[in-house]
Write a protein that binds this ligand. Sequence first.
Ligand code: S3P
Length: 448
Amino acid sequence: MSGHGEAQPMKSRKSGPLKGVAAVPGDKSISHRSLIFGAMAVGETTITGLLEGQDVLDTAKAMRAFGATVTRHGEGAWTVNGVGVGGFQEPSDVLDVGNSGTGARLIMGTMATTPITATFTGDASLRKRPMGRVTDPLSMFGARAYGRKGGRLPMTIVGAANPVPVRYALPVASAQVKSAVLLAGLNAPGETVVIEREPTRDHSERMLVGFGAQLHVEKTAEGHVITLTGQPELRPQTVAVPRDPSSAAFPVCAALIVEGSDILVPGVSQNLTRNGLYLTLVEMGAEIEFQNPREEGGEPVADLRVRFSGNMKGIEVPPERAPSMIDEYPVLSVVAAFAQGKTVMRGIKELRVKESDRIDAMARGLEACGVRVEEDEDTLIVHGMGAGGVPGGATCATHIDHRIAMSFLVCGLAAKAPVAVDDGSPIQTSFPIFEGLMRGLGAEIERG
Ligand code: S3P
C-alpha cells in the first residue's frame, strides 16, 4: 500500500453495460482538512463520511503525533479533540505521510509557525515531489526547512518561534500551497494575505470560516485576495464530508464509454473549483443529467445520471479550467481516446509533479493501448478512436499513482482487448472501495 507494500497487478476487460448506483467515498481534500482543522480547534470536532483511504489515515496519524486525540467510532465516523492554534507538541518520531502531497504540504504549513521541529518523509512517489513551493513561503514566516536536493523529502521543518504574518502571491495555481500559507498564518499575529491569480479549490477558505477564523476573500484585478487574521481560537465543528467528485469521475467516465451503461452517481460536488471535468464531458457530448441539486456538507451537490455516450467529440479544453479539474486529466484522456477527433489539453504542466508525471504516464499507457498521442511540457493531445475503437491489450505502468491505475482500469472496460496495470495497490490511498464498487456496477476487474 502507498508504494510501501507489494505491487498488486490488476486487469480489466470489456464489460457488459454498467448499471446501478455508484456511491463514492468522502472527499479526500475535505477529509484531510477536517482532521487538521479539528486538531487546531479547542474541543471535539465530529466528522461523518470521512474518507478512510491511506492518505487520510496517514494524516490522522500525524495529528496524533502532534498531540491531538483522533478516534474512529465506526465507518467514516471520527472525532478529533484538538490542541488549539499554536498548541501542537513536537512529534517524537519522523512523520511518514505515505503517498500524500496534500498531507505533507498542509501539515508542514500547520506546524511552521509553532516552535517545534518535525521531520517528514513519504513513499518513493512523494519523495520525488517538490516541497520548495511550500517551504519558500513558510520561510517568510520565519520557519526553516532542511531537505534533500531540490527541496525533496525527507525534510525537517523548524517552526518559527516568533512568526511574522506574510503577504504571498502564489506563483503556481495550487490549493496545497495556498492552504499551507493560510494554515501557517493561523498562528502568526496580524493579517496573512494570499493572492491567487487563478482560483483553486476553496475548501480551506470555506472550512476555516466554519471553524471560526476571520477570513475574507476579495475579487480584484490581481485575482482572489484572501486575508486571514492570525491567532484565532478555532471552534470545533460537526463536519459532514461530501462525496469526492474526483473519485466519482471514474464510474462516470466508465459509464460513458461502456456500451449500454446507465448509472446514478449521487451527491457529486458542483463546487465551481472542482467541477471542470463535468463541464468538459458535457461539451464533448456526454449524456449526463444533473438531478436534485442541493447542498450537502456545505458543498453544492447533484445526483448524476450517466448514460453510455457513443457520439462524444474531442474538444479543446480551456486551459483556464485546469485548476478545477487538475486531478481528472488522466481519466479524461481515457474518455478522449473513445471520442471522435482530437482532444487538446493545454496548460497542464502541473500534472508533471503529481503522484507521478501524469502526462508521461498517460501518454505511454495510451500509446501501449494503440492510441495516438502528442505531448509537450505543458500539453497532452489524444487522437480519439471513437466508441469501442481502442485496441487495448497492454500492461500500463502506474508509477505509484492511484489515478493512473484507475484510469487504465476504466480504459480496459471498453477496449477491444484487456488492459492490465502493473500495480493497483495505490488505489487504496484515495478510493479503497473502487474495485468492489466497480464490480457491483458490472465492471470486469480482476487481480493478478
Ligand atoms: C489538493 C490540491 C491539488 C490536488 C490534490 C489535492 C488539495 O494539488 O491535485 O489532489 O486537497 O488541496 P495542488 O494544490 O498541488 O494542485
